[in-house]
Design a binder for this molecule. Structure first.
Ligand SMILES: *Cc1c(COP(=O)(O)O)cnc(C)c1O
Length: 336
């Protein structure tokens, strides 16, 4: 039996794209599929997003852009991260983001302004050269501080006022959903497309449906006598006779070590992860004996990546993008 299985629901991704398009009220939706589509599979995620109405794809590296170009010969593909490989990008008709005065030539360029993210980008916008097709900025706090995000939007609006003929794009998922003034001509949305909340809350609150399901099973079930423990460091010691199930998924699969204490579904019931998560396995506490092979849902059916992220002190972005979907570890099934 496969150790675990990831099911990617492309119909849900298409619906999320349409939900975002409604929120964008006329601005274009550009689908961010970097990091292998936040762990969902970039090529499949891109197809569903385009079917759902997205008009461009955004990635972090030229290598990611080249892989998508092979599948999507005519789609606008924007490489958002810095790159040295300009010739390959030109050859593949990718568009690049320029973050300094060193403008690449012979391919479409989007100039990035740093309006408060304090990361990539120019602090002043000079008159754009002839290859410049777009101007953009990135918001630092669209998910948590709308006032600061609005200040960034205003700085951007003032700096780019003379260049309104260029494509102007600012919003990420959080801004697309909650900050109408950030819409401009296009929004670069990632997390929300995958049905995950940019706010770390239940995605249903914003009409989003999780795209990814992660399932495994109980590989072994045993009873701990009082005083017996499970896992490294004996961090869980049974106080009374306790049934536990061992799930063949661990931190090398992306089920992080700090997910101890979170909950998964065992045969439909919420059960607590006990002890320390190992590289290839973790334990759940059961309230009665169950047969080996009993299904376990790690993400899906109401078990939210957002909840796991809170337990692990991280964000849903990091959790899903680090799920190891290599064929040696998991099987990826694409539906819809
Ligand atoms: C990753 C990224 C996005 C997408 O952000 P989400 O919060 O996932 O919607 C948008 N713009 C830039 C520059 C990014 O790096």
């Amino acid at each position: 039996m496969q150790r675990s299985e990831l099911t990617i629901d492309l119909a849900a991704l298409r619906r999320n794209a349409r939900t975002l398009l409604r929120a964008l009220a006329g601005a274009e939706l550009w689908a961010v599929v970097k990091a292998d589509g936040y762990g969902h599979g970039a090529v499949d995620a891109a197809r569903a997003a385009l079917d759902g109405g997205a008009t461009a794809l955004c990635v972090a590296t030229v290598a990611e852009g080249l892989a998508l170009r092979r599948e999507y010969p005519a789609t606008r593909i924007l490489v958002m991260g810095p790159t040295a490989d300009i010739a390959a990008a030109r050859e593949a008709r990718l568009e690049l983001v320029c973050v300094d005065d060193d403008l690449p030539e012979g391919l479409p360029v989007h100039v990035k302004l740093d309006t408060g993210m304090g990361r990539w980008g120019l602090s002043e916008l000079a008159a754009p050269g002839r290859d410049v097709v777009g101007v953009m900025t990135h918001l630092a706090t669209a998910d948590c501080d709308a006032d600061f995000a609005r200040e960034q939007v205003e700085r951007f609006r003032r700096a780019t006022q003379p260049y309104a003929q260029l494509v102007r794009h600012v919003a990420n998922s959080a801004a697309a959903i909650r900050l109408p003034e950030a819409r401009f001509d296009a929004a670069r949305c990632g997390i929300a497309l995958y049905g995950l909340s940019p706010f770390g809350t239940d995605p249903a609150e914003d009409g989003l449906e999780p795209v990814l399901r992660w399932e495994s099973h109980l590989a072994q079930v045993k009873k701990l006598a009082p005083g017996e423990s499970t896992g490294y460091g004996r961090r869980f010691v049974a106080e009374h006779p306790t049934w536990i199930g061992i799930v063949p998924v661990g931190y090398a699969d992306g089920f992080r070590r700090d997910l101890a204490g979170t909950e998964v579904l065992v045969d439909g019931d919420r059960r607590r992860v006990v002890g320390v998560v190992s590289m290839d396995a973790f334990a759940v506490e059961l309230d009665h004996e169950l047969p080996a092979g009993t299904p376990v849902t790690l993400i899906g059916e109401g078990v939210l990546a957002e909840h796991h992220a809170r337990v692990a002190g991280t964000i849903n972005y990091e959790l899903v993008s680090r799920i190891n979907a290599s064929p040696q570890r998991a099987r990826r099934v694409v539906r819809g």
